[in-house]
Write a protein that binds this ligand. Structure first.
Ligand code: HXC
Length: 257
């Protein structure tokens, strides 16, 4: 399958998706969204794929939503199209995925990176929510996810001033899981993705559901939700296999059942 704005490669059990609009620093227009929705849905449905990496170029993961596309829109256009709501298809992905960020991750670019299960950053990464400089605000979840990731003080400061945060500060603040040399970013992200793809698939999905629950429910409900999913995994063949493999000192041979 070939796309206009992204490149898609399957590398064993890992799908690598590369944003590919170099002329616009990977600005996210409706074609990018449409193609990503298709690719993420195909990934979720493909039993041979167990982790996905979304990356951009060395200069830009994505420099935001496409300003030129939005420029002339009015309220009625935005409201009736429910502009940006399509990203909820991407965040509904059940299997794990990683954002590998090099260079600019600004506005919608930062927001898409934060939709990932976690971010691995190149040491040249620059995160920011500069929409205020355009007379608007984050519109794809940035005000919420940034505040959850780095706390009110930094999120408020970044959204109100539009300043960029470098990779080291982003790691210190909890926005990214780790920082690697920019030249090794994709290789390192693929290595991490392969490790995740080697885990029991249902346990991976359950892990995503329960960690995400920490941001959606009160603690007592989240803990109960975790315990029910944990109990549920004892109804899978992979739990029997995983524990037998430990006792027999061999790697698990997962069935995804
Ligand atoms: C459309 C964009 C773009 C964007 C860059 N380009 N960002 N086009 N939408 N978000 C285009 C430029 O117009 C230019 O095209 C080409 O990409 C290269 O960009 P330059 O600006 O020449 O590159 P450089 O000087 O290196 O500066 C890089 C940059 C700057 C600092 C990242 O491009 C920039 O500030 N971009 C906008 C960042 C931003 O405001 N993002 C938030 C968008 S709003 P031409 O044709 O001129 O060569 C958003 C949230 C939406 O994402 C939610 C609220 C509605």
């Amino acid at each position: 399958m070939s796309y206009e704005t992204i490149l898609v490669e399957k590398k064993g059990a890992v799908t690598l998706v590369t944003l590919n609009r170099p002329q616009a620093l990977n600005a996210l227009n409706t074609t990018v969204l449409k193609e990503l929705i298709e690719v993420f849905a195909a990934y979720d449905a493909d039993d041979s794929q167990h982790c996905l990496v979304l990356t951009g170029s060395e200069k830009a993961f994505a420099a935001g939503a496409d300003i030129k596309e939005m420029q002339s829109q009015g309220f009625a256009d935005m409201y009736s199209a429910n502009f940006f709501a399509g990203w909820e298809h991407v965040t509904a992905t059940r299997k794990p995925w990683i954002a590998a960020v090099s260079g600019f991750a600004l506005g919608g670019g930062c927001e898409v990176a934060m939709m990932a299960d976690f971010i691995i950053a190149g040491d040249n990464a620059k995160f920011g929510q500069p929409e205020i400089k355009l007379g608007v605000t984050p519109g794809m979840g940035g005000s919420q996810r940034l505040a959850l990731a780095v706390g009110k003080a930094k999120a408020m400061e970044m959204c109100l001033t539009g300043r960029m945060m470098g990779a080291e500060e982003a790691e210190r603040g909890g926005l990214v899981a780790k920082v690697v040399p920019a030249a090794d970013l994709v290789e390192e992200a693929l290595k991490t993705a392969e490790a995740i793809a080697g885990m029991a698939p249902l346990a991976a999905i359950a892990t995503k559901e329960m960690v995400n629950a920490a941001f959606e429910m009160p603690l007592n409900q989240g803990i109960r939700f975790e315990r029910r999913l944990f109990h549920g995994l004892f109804g899978t063949e992979d739990q029997k296999e995983g524990m037998a493999a430990f006792v027999e000192k061999r790697p698990g041979n997962w069935k995804g059942k």
